[in-house]
Design a protein around this ligand. Structure first.
Ligand SMILES: Cc1cc2nc3c(=O)[nH]c(=O)nc-3n(C[C@H](O)[C@H](O)[C@H](O)COP(=O)(O)O)c2cc1C
Ligand code: SF4
Ligand code: SF4
Length: 427
């Protein structure tokens, strides 16, 4: 079970969190998403994996996210193993953060919440960082917003598999971000102070009360025809960004005000990168293509069959002369150009074990980077319609029960799947 706890003032981080949820669900994960907002309770049971998603404010996590982290229950002692190492049940935490710019000054923002959670016994797994349009300081074009979200989605297509596989990710930070992060903590107090100077222009306000209802910390009230601002402002800019008539004035920071939601359906191809942080944006988009896009190691589509016979299922040993020779896997192979995945599996079963199969639903899918090849493996339930399985390509065949899995050495991509079959059965 994966829980995504998201704070998002103006929708960017939420947009990413929803996409990540969809990707994880497509990989067979059960995912719940809840918002870090006033009035929302922390779930009593902390999921096995918790993704904490937030926008970077002043190179740090916003203070309401820090409060959420401080209020999470402790697992220290209770669920830790002997000699201080983490027990099997310590919740695993990933951070997902969005920010307006890709500068390395943003690198350290998850360190403080990670430190608090590590002390409470959580296992810190790493973070994912997506650049999204600014909601303060200046306005990106809609095309640039669309380009940013397209890049974030490309990254999440792959990053989601890291979460499914419970892979650790590096959290890096240099000296400059350490200084920026330390100095800018003052921003949290600055925002509370500045929030008292917010004003609503009466001639523009249409009294829709969206700002009052939607402030994530309940900092805005409206009495006797007057708006009042308390001392709890997170500086999230939801009120001024989403005001339908741009009636807000945001105190000393008014010159940085941005109003109006972005149109993410704009054409990303029309995006022009402005002068501000140009090199950093160019690097971010270039890296996205190199590491996550078609220009990078785009994964080869591989299909495999989960064929059951009573309490047993079929596995095959890779023949000599092939990569990973001697290791066991499900029967299957690479899809060829022009084939659907189902057609590829029918062909592979004919060629490798001489049977024709009926291909059913997807059992699971995974992404794995071997040194020689990056594979996107889709495993389908399949039933033999005609023929008796026999070795056609010097590959051995075995029918095994889940309890026999430890007796075989499997290809690395199959190991988590075998673990799942051992734990949950054949489904
Ligand atoms: C008060 C405030 C401070 C911000 N500070 C930073 C920052 O230090 N670095 C950065 O790259 N973006 C910064 N941003 C931009 C947001 O992180 C970015 O627009 C984010 O995607 C907003 O996410 P949301 O729509 O989920 O709230 C800041 C935004 C606000 C409102
Ligand atoms: S959101 Fe804007 S228009 Fe609506 S009540 Fe607030 S200030 Fe007025
Ligand atoms: S007053 Fe506005 S900027 Fe401050 S926390 Fe509320 S919605 Fe965010």
């Amino acid at each position: 079970m994966i829980g995504i706890a998201v704070f998002s003032a103006t929708g960017n981080t939420y947009r990413c969190a929803v996409y990540l949820k969809e990707k994880l669900e497509a990989q067979g994960e059960q995912v719940s998403l809840f918002r870090i907002e006033r009035g929302i309770e922390i779930p009593e049971e902390i999921p096995e994996v918790l993704v904490i998603a937030y926008p970077i404010h002043g190179f740090n996590a916003p203070y309401n996210v820090m409060n959420f982290v401080r209020n999470l229950p402790s697992f220290k002692g209770e669920q830790r193993g002997a000699e201080g190492q983490k027990g099997e049940n310590a919740p695993k935490v990933y951070f997902l953060k969005s920010s307006g710019e890709p500068l390395s000054l943003n690198d350290r923002s998850s360190f403080a919440p990670a430190r608090i959670l590590a002390k409470k016994g959580y296992e810190i797994m790493g973070e994912f960082h997506y650049v999204m349009p600014y909601n303060m300081i200046f306005r990106h074009s809609d095309a640039m917003a669309a380009k940013m979200f397209a890049a974030a989605k490309k990254r999440m297509d792959k990053d989601s598999f890291a979460i499914s596989k419970r892979e650790k990710r590096e959290m890096r930070s240099g000296a400059a971000s350490k200084i920026a992060c330390g100095v800018c903590k003052i921003e949290r107090w600055g925002m509370r102070f500045n929030g008292r100077f917010f004003k609503v222009k009466k001639d523009k306000c249409v009294a829709c009360m969206k700002c009052v209802k939607n402030c994530p910390v309940g900092n805005i009230s409206y009495e006797d025809g007057k708006f009042r601002f308390g001392g709890k402002c997170v500086g999230c800019m939801r009120c001024s960004f989403l005001c339908p008539t741009d009636a807000f004035r945001i105190g000393l920071m008014n010159f940085m005000r941005v109003n109006g939601a972005y149109d993410f359906s704009a054409d990303p191809e029309k995006a022009a990168i402005g002068k501000y942080c140009r090199k950093a944006y160019e690097k971010y988009f270039r890296e996205t293509e190199e590491k996550y896009g078609e220009k990078g190691k785009s994964p080869v589509e591989v299909v495999a069959a989960f064929i059951k016979d009573g309490d047993r299922f079929m596995i095959c040993r890779r023949p000599e002369g092939k990569a990973r020779a001697g290791l066991w896997e499900f029967v299957g192979g690479k899809a060829e150009a022009g084939e659907t995945l189902e057609q590829a599996l029918e062909r592979e079963c004919r060629e490798e074990i001489g049977v024709s199969v009926r291909v059913g639903n997807v059992f699971t899918e995974t992404l794995y980077d071997y040194p020689d090849i990056s594979v996107h493996l889709t495993i389908f339930y399949a039933t033999i319609e005609s023929g008796t399985p026999r070795s056609m390509e010097n590959n051995a065949i075995a029918w095994i029960e889940p309890s026999e899995i430890p007796n075989y050495s499997f290809c690395p991509a199959d190991i988590p799947i075998m673990k799942r079959i051992m734990e949950e059965g054949m489904g």
